[in-house]
Design a protein around this ligand. Structure first.
Ligand SMILES: Nc1ncnc2c1ncn2[C@@H]1O[C@H](COP(=O)(O)OP(=O)(O)O)[C@@H](O)[C@H]1O
Ligand SMILES: [Mg+2]
Length: 633
């Protein structure tokens, strides 16, 4: 409550109030110290005074006791008519009391007493006031200090009085006491004092009331003076602080709030003609505002550039959140009709924090490549995703065309040899048919010929069927196949060509390969090209060995085609996978085989590359085991 009230006050008032509190505390402490100092001074003063006084009285008492009294006693013995006791000359107490009464005129505030527990003169009886003296121990010769009685303070010095033998003459048995004394004080009983008893005290005391009151008044006036002067100081300080700090500050804050409310243009400088820190502050404030304005301008321009850039991207592109809600989209995205949310893929992007891509085929014949990129916040967290659509219809069509062209070329090579291959058995079969027409054959011979003809025809039928299935299948379809069997089929298809070129095929197939989902026909095409490439490469070679090896590696099936040809020259190694790159004469090569192979293998999520070997070429294909059963590739 007080705190919130305080926080609402202006800076100057805050400073002034704090200072006031501080000064009050300060002057209180100062006054207190001053008062305590004064008090100490007063006590010291009285101490010195009383000490002297005490000594004087003590000396007097000693004089009476040791010098005067014995003589008077002796003298009185000689003049018995004078009586045996003269109070004015023999009682230490009486004399000192009298002497004191004269002294008192000069020391009005000092009191002197000789008191006793059992006095001769009842006036000298110990009073309740003297109770504090009883707390003294006998060993202490003096008691001195401040003592409070009924709200008044006293400085006291006291000395205990002990009974000695010669005291008992007057303070002892009634019969020993001088008659005169008994008469004066009308004593009626004995005193019971024994030698060594504590009889009473000699007390000198002074009331501090007057002196302390004076000191208090002095301290109070000092306190008031310091308070009033600090108030004046504060008033002055407030004015000073106001013009020094608050005024320029207010000007700055007013300027700022005007800026905030849009009453002033941002580049309007605050007008503060001062040379001090506030002037500097205003200057840097103005500079900062100017800088801010420029930065804002630059930012706006940058934003505009970015917007133009964003809008002029012809690919549909958008920023989406976890729920597929579009937060920002370019023109192409807004105009694009395809808006489907790929929730599973999006989830993967958010979970695995990396980009994902998918091919989407639309019923109307268009193909899109969908890219999803993660957008990171701080702490490596994915908060949004960028979705980008790329129309790859044309590219796909081109690729398909290239695949087909290459396939046809390979088929051409296969069929060219095939005609010759078929022609030879056909001539034999024709001869056999003519023999059969002659009708002069035994049943046994007829059966043998028919069988031979049937076998030949079946062989030709299989060859043609294989070729047809290879050439026909164009639709994209994945099925579960054994890679080893697939290789056998391709080797079958090209067997007569390999035979014709006297190529030895070495098969090193791993028996433990699992079956995987692939586009059988497309993969056959890739294998066929590698086999035909090896065949072409080894045309001039002495040894013509093609080693085909399959093996299971971690998460993949690895297939290698190694030949004993001259290998791929270093200078063309990085071009052999380019479309239309060939070193072969027209008719023999299209230059598409490897590039098409690359497309097909990559569509399967695999890799194809030329490995280093000592001799010949070694092409490697790696196909992942974990492959999507369905969907496009
Ligand atoms: N096994 C191989 N040995 C040496 N060179 C090869 C081998 N396979 C491919 N090449 C080189 O790569 C080129 C491209 O091959 P490819 O893309 O299949 O097209 P093409 O066979 O129609 O020339 C070939 O022209 C040849 O120079
Ligand atoms: Mg080729």
């Amino acid at each position: 409550m007080v705190k919130s009230l305080f926080s609402k006050l202006s800076l100057t008032t805050k400073v002034s109030l704090s200072l006031l509190a501080l000064l009050t505390v300060f002057s209180t402490i100062l006054t207190l110290i001053f008062y305590l100092y004064l008090r100490e001074k007063i006590i010291h003063h009285y101490h010195e005074k009383l000490k002297l006084f005490f000594l004087q009285m003590e000396s007097l008492e000693r004089y009476v006791k040791d010098d005067l009294r014995p003589i008077i006693f002796e003298t009185l013995k000689n003049y018995p008519f004078q009586g045996d006791f003269i109070l004015e000359a023999m009682s230490t107490t009486h004399i000192s009391k009298r002497v004191f009464s004269y002294l008192k005129k000069n020391y009005p505030d000092i009191e002197y007493e000789r008191i006793s527990f059992d006095p001769i003169n009842p006036e000298n009886k110990i009073k309740p006031f003297h109770k504090f003296l009883l707390k003294l121990k006998a060993s202490q010769p003096y008691y001195q200090g401040i003592f409070s009685w009924k709200g008044e303070e006293y400085f006291v010095m006291a000395e205990p009085i002990y009974v000695s033998k010669d005291c008992l003459k007057c303070h002892g048995k009634l019969k020993d006491a001088p008659h005169e004394l008994v008469k004066i004080y009308s004593l009626k009983r004995d005193f019971s004092w024994k030698e060594g008893d504590l009889m009473g005290f000699t007390v000198v005391k002074v009331s501090l009331k007057g002196a302390l009151n004076e000191a208090k008044a002095l301290a109070l006036s000092i306190f008031l003076i310091s308070l009033i002067s600090s108030l004046f100081l504060l008033l002055f300080l407030e004015g000073f602080l106001y013009s020094l700090f608050l005024k320029p500050l207010k000007k700055l804050t007013d300027h700022l709030s005007d800026l905030k409310r849009g009453l002033l243009p941002p580049n309007n400088p605050v007008d503060l003609k001062r040379e001090d820190e506030f002037g500097l502050l205003a200057e840097s404030f103005n500079a900062y505002m100017k800088h801010l304005e420029e930065a804002q301008k630059a930012l706006k321009e940058n934003l505009k550039t970015l917007e133009t850039l964003f809008e002029s991207i012809t690919h549909p592109i958008a920023l989406i959140n976890k729920d597929c809600r579009v937060e920002l989209a370019n023109k192409a995205y807004k105009e694009n009709l395809y808006k489907k949310c790929h929730q599973d893929l999006l989830l993967k992007v958010f979970m695995e924090k990396r980009p994902f891509s998918e091919e989407i085929e639309l019923p109307e014949g268009k193909t899109y490549q969908l890219f999803l990129y993660p957008v990171f916040a701080e702490k490596n967290e994915v908060i949004k995703a960028v979705v980008l659509l790329e129309d790859i219809t044309e590219r796909k069509r081109m690729e398909e065309k290239m695949i087909l062209t290459e396939k046809l070329a390979a088929l051409g090579q296969l069929t060219a040899g095939l005609a010759h291959e078929i022609n030879n058995p056909l001539s034999g079969m024709l001869l056999m048919l003519r023999q059969l027409q002659k009708n002069n054959l035994s049943e046994e011979e007829k059966k043998l010929y028919f069988n031979l003809i049937e076998q030949g025809l079946l062989k030709i039928q299989k060859l043609i069927q294989d070729l047809l299935t290879f050439s026909r299948a164009t639709e994209i379809r994945k099925e579960k196949v054994s890679i080893n069997e697939l290789l056998e089929e391709v080797l079958d298809l090209s067997s007569y060509l390999l035979k014709k070129h006297q190529i030895i095929v070495k098969k090193d197939f791993s028996p433990e390969l699992p079956e995987i989902y692939v586009d059988k026909n497309k993969l056959e095409q890739v294998f066929l090209n590698l086999i035909l490439n090896a065949l072409h490469a080894m045309e001039e070679s002495e040894d013509k060995i093609l080693t085909i090896k399959t093996e299971l590696t971690e998460g993949a099936i690895k297939i290698s085609f190694k030949d004993t040809g001259p290998g791929v020259p270093e200078n063309i190694r990085n071009r052999i996978f380019d479309p239309f790159f060939t070193t072969k004469p027209p008719g023999k090569g299209t230059g598409l085989g490897l590039s098409v192979g690359l497309v097909i293998i990559e569509r399967h999520g695999g890799k194809i590359y030329l490995d280093k070997t000592d001799q010949g070429a070694n092409f490697i294909i790696e196909l992942p085991l974990e492959m999507e059963k369905h969907g496009n590739y």
